[in-house]
Design a protein around this ligand. Structure first.
Ligand SMILES: [Cu+2]
Length: 114
């Protein structure tokens, strides 16, 4: 009886550190990827229409993973009207958008120059 208990204790105490070690490896393995695919990742788009008055921009955009949205052309609201000063229809852009109470809002917008 005493031997069996000893064996169980031995198994538990050796299994635990092994498990902890594996978790650490797994974490460090996917951590860099998780950081780059966070909400700050920018999406490619092309300006179709700019409506500075209404702070709106129509973009043909690539898939937006953070919003679970496929590629399409749609209207976005910009958080800051000044963002629209530097873009015009036809420009290739990179942007970050969030869903704010059902309104897709652009929080960052930059023109891609070739
Ligand atoms: Cu869309």
């Amino acid at each position: 009886m005493k031997t069996a208990l000893c064996l169980v204790f031995f198994l538990v105490s050796t299994a635990a550190p092994a498990q902890a070690q594996q978790k650490t490896d797994e974490h460090s393995g996917h951590h860099p990827a998780a950081t780059t695919t966070s909400a700050t990742e920018m999406t490619d788009g092309e300006v179709r229409k700019v409506d500075a008055e209404a702070a709106k921009i129509t973009l043909k955009h690539a898939e937006i993973k953070s919003l679970d949205m496929p590629a399409m052309t749609m209207v976005f609201v910009v958080r800051d009207k000044a963002m629209l000063d530097k873009v015009k229809p036809g420009d290739k852009v990179k942007f970050t958008a969030v869903n704010e109470a059902g309104k897709f809002t652009i929080t960052a917008l930059q023109v891609v120059r070739n």
